[in-house]
Design a protein around this ligand. Structure first.
Ligand code: SAH
Length: 395
């Protein structure tokens, strides 16, 4: 057998054929016929076919069902500067986009051919969120490489609690470069100011993936009474108010998210007259007794974290949508989202079809909604297309 690296992963022959053709970066444990060398969590492993021919190089995980995530394709060793090259490539994509915000996703894991790494820019601060040990090991080098591309910023590492357990990661949350004690970072998205809590906030602090959908929905909010269900820190609410909404009710279970939403609201001036209400409640319960609205945004947390949970998630989406449709005035708009990777667009359309049927009202889809373009997904890795939504007109 050819000795490539301290750890060689040999694939079953059929799996090697599939991996070579698809370049899907995930190697499941069941695809592996043998491992040669020192098995170590986070090690860089040569992925080989049965003849010992190297297909690529990946990060090995001892704890995950995905045993190896390929970050470099080809027979040779990855060049020493492969990671810097990936970061520069990710920045080149963002520079080609017209992002009207100083907050954006710089590296979207597999979507930027960098499995295990999310890097979000929040104005002068960059938040790195490694989700595998192999990337965590590189984090100091990555911080340095990012700063040479985007000089003068602070770099913060955010621990992904769930991934840290699966991947036995060690790094605590905190600043690696600059920063000090302050973890409330100011950003400006399309002229609206927010303070993003990078320490306690969800994801890396803000739902950057919804930026484009906020624009689309906000532009339609003029004169409408808006219900922003699952509001988090109020980004849809503020965008709707900027779009001229008459009333925006924001509902979330998290007291902290609502406090931050109100703080974000007070950072911005909105034209009078309008009303903005912040309501701590369960989204389902609120909707059950809600009054009439002209625009309802449903952006719940992921109901399904695996394929097995998908049926329950679909029931949850259907219930929300079916009640929301009944709460809409004539000519009302529904913007319904799912961020569950296990629910695809076809299934989500079926949900709306069934919800419309239950409500007995004619529903027309105006457009399909997706994550903003700074969240690219690789065509070899469609799991990266997790966020989907439908904008519908209700008669
Ligand atoms: N639309 C937001 C992101 C929503 S994230 C944005 O653009 O920023 C989902 C939110 O749902 C979280 O803030 C979470 O606190 C909230 N949530 C979770 N379960 C809930 C429930 N049962 N009722 C109300 N809110 C809930």
């Amino acid at each position: 057998m050819v000795q490539h690296s301290p750890l060689n992963i040999i694939l079953h022959s059929e799996q090697a054929r599939i991996v070579r053709r698809s370049r899907h970066p995930w190697i499941f444990r069941s695809a592996i016929s043998a491992c040669e060398g020192a098995i170590e969590n986070g090690a860089q492993a040569a992925v080989c076919d049965g003849e010992g021919k190297r297909l690529g190089t990946g990060f090995y995980s001892t704890g995950s069902k995905i045993a190896c995530r390929v970050f470099f394709w080809g027979e040779g060793e990855p060049p020493a500067d492969w990671a810097a090259g990936r970061l520069a490539g990710a920045l080149a994509v963002r520079s080609a986009l017209a992002i009207d915000s100083d907050a954006y996703r710089l590296v979207n894991a597999e979507g930027d051919f960098f499995p295990g790494l999310v890097a979000d820019v929040y104005g002068g601060t960059i938040v790195l969120k490694p989700s595998i040990r192999g990337v965590e090991r590189l984090v100091n080098d990555l911080a340095g490489a990012i700063i040479s591309l985007l000089p003068g910023r602070a770099v913060y590492v955010k621990r992904d609690e769930k991934a840290s357990r699966v991947e036995s990661m060690e790094l605590p949350t905190g600043y690696l470069i600059g920063g000090g004690d302050d973890t409330a970072v100011p950003i400006m998205e399309r002229g609206l100011r927010y303070l993003v809590d990078i320490r306690e906030g969800q994801k890396t602090g803000f739902y950057l993936d919804q930026r484009e959908n906020r624009r689309i929905v906000g532009d339609l909010a003029g004169g409408r009474r808006v219900l922003n269900l699952f509001s988090y820190t109020g980004a849809f609410a503020l965008t709707a108010l900027r779009g001229g909404a008459r009333l925006v009710d924001s509902v979330d279970l998290s007291r902290k998210a609502l406090e931050e939403a109100q703080r974000n609201y007070s950072l911005n001036g909105f034209p009078e007259p309008h009303e903005a209400r912040w309501i701590r409640a369960d989204g389902f319960e609120f909707l059950d007794q809600a009054s009439e609205y002209d625009l309802i945004i449903l952006d719940p947390p992921p109901f399904a974290r695996s394929k097995g949970e998908a049926p329950g998630a679909l029931r949850g989406y259907r219930r929300l949508q079916s009640v929301a449709i009944r709460r809409l005035a004539h000519g009302g708009l529904l913007a319904a989202f799912s961020c569950s990777g296990a629910v695809d667009m076809a299934a989500f359309k079926q949900v709306l079809f069934e919800a419309a049927g239950e409500s007995g009202r004619p529903v027309r889809v105006l457009r399909e909604l997706h994550a903003a373009e700074d969240h690219p997904w690789s065509i070899a890795h469609r799991e990266g297309e997790y966020l989907k939504g439908l904008l519908a007109y209700v008669e």
